[in-house]
Every structure is written in C-alpha cells, then in structure tokens.
Design a protein around this ligand. Structure first.
Ligand SMILES: [Mg+2]
Length: 280
C-alpha cells in the first residue's frame, strides 16, 4: 500500500513540476496548436506573394545597411534557421520533461541528431524562391563548436537536417553559422553585410528582432524595442517576415532574472496588498 502511495505522490510531483516549468504552455502551444501552424503558413504565403514585386523592383532591399549600388546585384533572401525554418520544439519539450533548461551540451547533441521538423510553410517558400532564381541564404546563430575532429560539424548536421526534410540542396557558402569566422558573433549584421556585398536582399525572415535589427538583444528596454518595431512599420509583412516564438529569444533575455516584475495586472499596488491580506 505504502509503495502505491509513494508512486502516486511521485507521479503527482513529477506532473506538477512539468506544469510549473516556465516553458510548458509555450512549448505545448508550438507542438499542438493549429493556430501556430496557421500563423507560420500565413506568414510564408504572404511572403511568397510579394516575391515577384520584390524581384522586379530594383530599388527594393530588405537590408537596412544596403543603401546604394545594389540595384543590379543577384537577388537573395535571408532566413534565420531555428524557429524560422527548423522547429526545435522537441528539444524544448525534452527540457520541460526533464525539468531542465537550455545548455550548450544538450543543444549540440540535438543538432547532431538532425531531427528538427519544418516550420510549416518554409519549405514551399524556399522552393518557390529557388524556382524564381533567387539565392537562399540561411543565417543562423547555431554555433561552430569543434567536435569529432571537425571544426564545424554543426554546419554539416544542419544541412543534413534541412535536406532530409526536402529542402533544396544547400551549398556550404549559403549557410552562415555563428563563429564560422572569428568575427561572426551573435549579432547578425556583419554576416548580412557580407551577403549584401554581392546580393540584393529581397527579404529577411526570423523569429527574433535581432534577425532584422542590430543591437536589440541587450542593454535595451522592451519599450525601446516596441519603438523600433514601429519605426520599421513599412518593412513588416513587406520585406521582413517574423514568426512567433513564445519559448525563448531576446524578448525574454532583455528582461533579466526578475522577469515577473514586468507582468502587469489591472490592480494598483495597494489593491494588491489588500487582496493578499484578505487571503491571509
Ligand atoms: Mg531563430
């Protein structure tokens, strides 16, 4: 009898710890909600519709640092990978199940498995762009870490993951990882500028503000980020396409350790104190 009681208690606590894990609902949403699928499909579909006009208009560039002399360059699109093209919710889900959090070691193991799924809509978009003669660049903060006697096995594994899902062949120069060159840090602007030397950038895709605008990942308030979004109002849905990611990202990183301080309700502080007194 005691044994069953213990088992029931253990199960209760294990289930409770999942439910209390910060990322439970957010991860579940990305795995089971039809709404998430509809959102990503909607985003890629709208982008596809815009491809032709972007291609025709030689003054069109989605890269803000690309200001002149780009009119006759080869057209390209730039896509982030994680949570933009590849869905890593099974990695996130495992973290919730293990009641653990992101670590370089487990993330690297996940990359090696090459089992991320497609963010719905991405594959069709990439195929469509390629058919129109547009070069597709993948710009990812997946990091090159030496392993298995290779300087950057993560690049090969990511290509393998993409090609297994049916993405058209990815050349090594079309995928730019973090620290593939020493100067390529987590800020993506230097890699975008490298691409912009030889290509006219038609569109950017990402799940993080940092996939579009530099210096938005630290030493910035969420209000300043709101302002930036509004400043670039003309870009969203035309040249820039953002995918939803409620599970992680710089939106969360900038809040620091005391994120609960940012959650707003409708009661004043004194009303909150009063209701907590009433509870006690
Ligand atoms: Mg991403």
């Amino acid at each position: 009898m005691k044994k069953y009681l213990l088992l029931a208690l253990t199960l209760f606590f294990v289930q409770n710890s999942f439910a209390q894990n910060d990322n439970f609902n957010a991860t579940l949403w990305t795995q089971v909600s039809a709404e998430f699928r509809a959102l990503t499909l909607q985003t890629y579909k709208n982008a596809t519709k815009n491809l032709e006009s972007a291609l025709k208009d030689k003054n069109w560039s989605a890269e803000i640092s690309q200001r002149e002399g780009f009119e006759d360059l080869t057209p390209c699109v730039i896509l982030d990978i994680d949570e933009t093209v590849l869905d890593n919710s099974n990695y996130q889900g495992q973290l919730v199940l293990d009641n653990s959090s992101y670590a370089t070691k487990t993330w690297d193991k996940w990359i090696k498995m090459a089992k991320a799924t497609e963010v719905k809509g991405a594959l069709n978009f990439v195929k469509e762009a390629k058919e129109m003669g547009i070069t597709v660049f993948y710009l990812t903060n997946r990091k090159c870490i030496e392993r298995d006697d290779l300087a950057c096995p993560q690049e090969l594994e990511t290509i393998k993951n993409l090609e297994t899902l049916g993405f058209p062949k990815v050349k090594k120069e079309e995928i730019l990882l973090r620290y593939e060159r020493e100067e390529w840090g987590s800020e993506k602007i230097s890699r975008r500028q490298e691409i912009a030397k030889d290509y006219r950038v038609l569109m950017l895709f990402g799940d993080d503000l940092g996939d579009f605008i530099p210096e938005v990942k630290k030493k910035i308030t969420f209000e300043q980020r709101f302002e930036l979004v509004e400043n670039f109002n003309d870009y969203w849905g035309e040249k820039w396409f953002i995918l939803p990611n409620p599970t992680y990202g710089s939106w969360l990183g900038i809040l620091g350790k005391n994120k609960s301080e940012f959650l707003k309700g409708y009661k004043t502080n004194s009303e909150m104190e009063q209701s907590s007194d009433e509870k006690n």
